[in-house]
Write a protein that binds this ligand. Structure first.
Ligand code: FA5
Length: 348
C-alpha cells in the first residue's frame, strides 16, 4: 500500500512536468484526483485497513493527497500565468504610436467641377435646375429650331431610345443640355436665370471626345438682355474658374437656336498657347469651351414668350473640357477621366 501511494505520487508529479495546456491538466485531474480517480481508489483500500497500519498508512495517504492537490494547484497557476502573458503579448498596444486615419474617399474630379461651377453661377443669381437626361425630340431639337434634316438628329450623332414615339416625338439620350431652355420657359416666367448641369451623350470617342460627358447650360431671359450681358457673365466665369492668366475669345459661329451665335474659346492650359510645343490636346493654342449666343426668337416663341418683349442669352459648355483647360490640371486625353484608374483619381 505504502509503495503504491508513493508510486502514485511520483507518477502524478511526472505527468505534471509534461503538461503544457489546460485540457491535459483537466484530464490528469480526472485520472488522479477525480471521484473515480486513482487516489480515490487507494483511499478506499486504506479505509479497509485495520489498527496501527491503518493509522500510519492513513497518515501517508493524507500527505500524498495533499501533495497531489498542491502539485495540481501549482500547475494550474503556472498555466494561468502563461496564458495571461501570451495574451498580453498578443494584445499589446503601443499607446504612443500615431493613430491610423480611416481612408476617406472624395468626389470625382468631374463632380468637384460640377459643384464649383454651380457655386460660381449661383453667386450671380443663376438657379440650379435639372432637365431630363433622356428627353423628347421636341425639347432636344424641334423646339430649338433644328430642322428635321439637321445632322445631330440622325443616328450618327444621337442615341435614340427604342421606345414608342409620343406626341413630342422620339425619346433620345440628350446630346446637349439645351433641352432645358424651352422646358424652363414653360415652367417659369421671366426673369429667368438658370443653370442646368447634366450628363449628355454622343456617338463620339477620341482624345477630346467621350460618348458620355457633362454639359452646363446657362439661360438668362428678361426684358432688355443683350450680348454685353452675355459677355459679362462669360468673363466673370472665366476669371473665377480659370484665373486671370487665361485668355478667352469669342468667335462668330452658327447654332440654330441662337442668333447671333458664338464659339467661346480659352487659351490652352497644357501648352499655354505656345504653338512650338506641338500640343497634343489643342493643336492651335486655343480650346473650344462651348457655344453661346442670343436666344433665337423662334425658341422664345416655342417657350410661350413674345420676342418683341423679351430677349435672352444662352450658353452650353462641356464640364470635362472646361476642367481640362484649368491651370495645373494638364490632362491631355479626356478619356483618362473615366478609366477608373485610382492612381489618376486620387491625385485630385
Ligand atoms: C452644343 O451642344 C450647344 N447646345 C451649345 C449651346 C448652348 C450653344 C446654348 C448656344 C447656346 P456643341 O455641340 O458645340 O454645342 O457642344 C458644346 C460643348 O460640349 C463643346 O464645346 C464641348 O466642350 C462639349 N462636347 C461636345 N461633344 C463632346 C464630347 N463628345 N466629349 C466631351 N465634350 C464634348
Amino acid at each position: 500500500m505504502k509503495s503504491e501511494l508513493e508510486k502514485l505520487k511520483q507518477e502524478f508529479e511526472a505527468v505534471m512536468e509534461t503538461i503544457t495546456d489546460r485540457a491535459a491538466l483537466e484530464q490528469a485531474k480526472n485520472e488522479f484526483l477525480g471521484r473515480k480517480g486513482r487516489l480515490k481508489m487507494l483511499l478506499e483500500q486504506v479505509a479497509k485497513l485495520a489498527g496501527e497500519e491503518r493509522k500510519t498508512i492513513g497518515q501517508l495517504a493524507n500527505e500524498v493527497k495533499e501533495g497531489l492537490e498542491a502539485a495540481y494547484r501549482y500547475k494550474e497557476h503556472a498555466l494561468n500565468e502563461a496564458h495571461t502573458s501570451t495574451q498580453a503579448e498578443r494584445e499589446w498596444i503601443d499607446i504612443t504610436e500615431p493613430g491610423h486615419a480611416p481612408e476617406e474617399g472624395h468626389l470625382h474630379l468631374t463632380s468637384q467641377a460640377i459643384e464649383e461651377i454651380t457655386d460660381i453661377f449661383s453667386r450671380v443669381g443663376f438657379t440650379s435646375v435639372r432637365a431630363p437626361e433622356i428627353d423628347w425630340d421636341y425639347y432636344v431639337f424641334e423646339s430649338l429650331n433644328m430642322p428635321k434634316d439637321h445632322p445631330a438628329r440622325d443616328d450618327w450623332e444621337t442615341f435614340f431610345v427604342e421606345a414608342p414615339e409620343g406626341k413630342k416625338g422620339k425619346m433620345v439620350l440628350t446630346p446637349h443640355t439645351s433641352n432645358s431652355q424651352v422646358r424652363q420657359m414653360e415652367l417659369v416666367k421671366p426673369p429667368i436665370r438658370m443653370i442646368n448641369i447634366n450628363r449628355t451623350y454622343r456617338r463620339q470617342i477620341d482624345i477630346t471626345h467621350i460618348p458620355m460627358f457633362h454639359q452646363f447650360e446657362g439661360l438668362m431671359i428678361d426684358k432688355g438682355v443683350a450680348v454685353i450681358h452675355l459677355k459679362g457673365v462669360l468673363d466673370y466665369f472665366a476669371r473665377t474658374f480659370f484665373g486671370p492668366d487665361r485668355r478667352t475669345r469669342l468667335r462668330p459661329h452658327h447654332f440654330r437656336f441662337t442668333e447671333p451665335s458664338f464659339e467661346v474659346d480659352i487659351s490652352c492650359g497644357v501648352c499655354g498657347g505656345d504653338l512650338s510645343k506641338n500640343c497634343r490636346l489643342c493643336k492651335s493654342g486655343w480650346l473650344e469651351l462651348g457655344g453661346a449666343g442670343m436666344v433665337h426668337p423662334r425658341v422664345l416663341e416655342a417657350g410661350g414668350l413674345d420676342p418683341k418683349e423679351y430677349s435672352g442669352f444662352a450658353f452650353g459648355w462641356g464640364v470635362e473640357r472646361t476642367l481640362m483647360m484649368r491651370e495645373g490640371i494638364k490632362i491631355d486625353d479626356i478619356r483618362v477621366l473615366y478609366k477608373n484608374d485610382l492612381r489618376f483619381v486620387r491625385q485630385f
